[in-house]
Write a protein that binds this ligand. Structure first.
Ligand SMILES: O=C(O)CCC(=O)C(=O)O
Length: 292
């Protein structure tokens, strides 16, 4: 595996990058966003969790608390773009959509955002493939993971298994017994060679792109004072319908139309769009779609 090709240089996706993505299921664009953009995202994160972008069930009254004191209470908020124009604008960021049109399709839509603050001491996310939760019909789901803080081994960076996307099937889920992870279930990765399970440590402003079949996880934030803030958005080809009922939250659907086009044409544009997802705080222990 030539890891050099995992890196997008100067925001330009090369044929070697595309080949690497097909084979290994991820790419990294170091410092794709500027310092000013990251500052804007950091300030917006504080505003959202202060409740200044609208009500979200479970947000505590900020009173006299500092931003750090407030953020320490949370792991993440789902669908922040529903209340924040700033977050919404980053779903459409040109340097990000330029990459997406090369690795997905000229026609790309976005169906979700998640803003992780992952305060010190908070657990990480167990091994999973995102398509288990967000099914597309053409395996085009793509996560875009924007590092707002530096992400390191200590504060719980992403871990990835390059090439795990290749099998093209959803792996079985088993009970999670590790305190590293907040979830009740996980994928057993003991069959993968240890050297093929790699941390993706990145600097603030860097963006990691990964396929919906790529196994990934993140460990506990073991620092005492260092957040691991990241904005994670999910995209797919606009050619695919989105049969996503969010584990029964919505009526069964062959095409959830709570989407936002970020590039090209929407072949299903005649259906219009809907606005049904509301932002919610991620609970300490997550039990999405588990039969365990
Ligand atoms: O950022 C994290 O800790 C995990 C993100 C993740 O698992 C995802 O985006 O699917």
């Amino acid at each position: 595996m030539n890891f050099e090709n995992a890196h997008i240089k100067n925001a330009k996706v090369s044929p070697a990058n595309i080949g690497f993505y097909k084979e290994y299921g991820y790419l990294v664009a170091e410092q794709l966003l500027s310092v000013n953009e990251i500052d804007e995202l950091r300030m917006e994160t504080a505003e959202i969790f202060r409740g200044n972008r609208g009500h979200v069930d479970g947000l505590v009254d900020p009173g006299e608390l500092t931003d750090q004191e407030i953020l320490k209470k949370y792991i993440a908020i789902h669908f922040p773009h529903k209340i924040s124009k700033v977050i919404k604008s980053y779903l459409l960021h040109q340097r990000i959509t330029d990459v997406l049109t090369k690795i997905i399709s000229p026609n790309v839509k976005c169906m979700q955002s998640m803003l992780f603050v992952k305060a010190p001491g908070k657990a990480g996310q167990s091994w999973h493939q995102d398509e288990y939760y967000i099914p597309t019909r053409d395996r085009s789901l793509t996560g875009v993971w924007i590092a707002i803080d530096d992400a390191s081994l200590d504060n719980g960076c992403l871990w990835i298994i390059p090439g795990s996307n290749k099998s093209g099937y959803i792996m079985d889920r088993v009970p999670n017994t590790s305190a590293e992870y907040a979830d009740v279930d996980t994928v057993d990765v003991s069959g993968f060679a240890k050297e093929n399970i790699i941390p993706v440590e990145v600097k603030s402003g860097s963006v990691v792109f990964f396929n919906g079949y790529t196994l990934h996880s993140s460990q506990k934030n073991k620092t005492e004072d260092c957040f691991r803030t990241a904005l994670v958005n999910h995209y797919m080809s606009a050619e695919s319908m989105l049969p996503w009922d969010q584990d029964g939250k919505f009526d069964p659907t062959d095409d959830l139309r709570d989407i936002m086009m970020v590039s090209g044409e929407d072949p299903y544009g005649y259906k219009g769009t809907i606005d049904v997802n509301r932002p919610y705080l991620r609970p300490e222990t997550l039990k999405i779609k588990t039969s365990l």
